[in-house]
Design a protein around this ligand. Structure first.
Ligand SMILES: [Zn+2]
Ligand SMILES: [Zn+2]
Length: 244
């Protein structure tokens, strides 16, 4: 069951659970609001956002997967990392119903959104997709991480990057641990909550698998993808051994 309206998580941070496990985030500053992802696009997101804020909306995508950018067509402008633009082209081909924003602007590492009393920094975390980004709300010490880091990262996808690159992104999240108290992902009831321990464990595991020191087991994702899965102490990832 989805909760098809924005619910306050902490002051200024709202989540909307579209369809049961896809989280759309909304950060409300004194002057502007940042909408993070658009789900599959089943809901009128402007109307939903208007129920909690009258601030001007800025849309940013953590990455260009259909469960994160499906509603981009409702907006004039979307922002995403340049490295994920080819994924948008792929979505348009595979899903004729997918429409993009009229204009898609690119963001990169270190860019910030000033929402008025809330500064949100872009952190590039390539791996799950080439253009995956995290969004660090500096004042609240919260990192919205999309699908780039969680207890079971999908690294087996056609466009997922090598595990060594993923390990580098996890290292970056460990290096930035002093800047956030927790990260929230885009899936789960109201976004799963993690600390820097998760990227620390993922980095170790990714390097060990990339070096051939550890091996996963054949597994199938809930979407029916066949891949290898490695898990240790409840944290791990799917991967494609052909790529490594
Ligand atoms: Zn996702
Ligand atoms: Zn994804």
């Amino acid at each position: 069951m989805g909760i098809n309206h924005f619910t306050e998580k902490i002051p200024g941070l709202y989540y909307l659970n579209e369809g049961g496990s896809d989280i759309i985030w909304l950060l409300v500053g004194a002057e502007k609001a940042l909408l993070v992802d658009t789900g599959f696009g089943r809901l009128d997101l402007k109307a939903e956002a208007a129920k909690v804020t009258d601030r001007e909306l800025i849309l940013v995508n953590t990455h260009m997967h259909p469960d994160h950018a499906g509603g981009n067509g409702q907006f004039e402008i979307a922002c995403c990392a340049a490295a994920d633009l080819p994924l948008m082209a792929g979505m348009k081909k595979r899903m004729p119903e997918f429409t993009e924003a009229q204009h898609t602007l690119t963001v990169e590492e270190g860019d910030t959104f000033d929402l008025g009393g809330a500064t949100v920094e872009v952190i590039a975390v390539p791996g799950h997709t080439p253009g995956s980004i995290g969004l660090l709300w500096r004042e609240a010490r919260i990192l919205l991480i999309g699908d780039a880091c969680n207890q079971q990262v999908w690294m087996h996808l056609e466009h997922s990057l090598p595990l060594t690159v993923f390990a580098g992104s996890m290292q970056k999240l460990v290096d930035r641990a002093g800047d956030y108290d927790c990260m929230y992902t885009s899936h789960g009831e109201s976004g799963m909550r993690y600390t820097a321990e998760t990227p620390r464990a993922l980095r170790r595991l990714a390097l060990a698998v990339a070096a051939g020191q550890k091996h996963g087991e054949p597994a199938t994702t809930h979407l029916g993808h066949k891949a290898m899965l490695i898990m240790e102490d409840g944290v791990g990832f799917y991967y494609d051994p052909e790529k490594e």
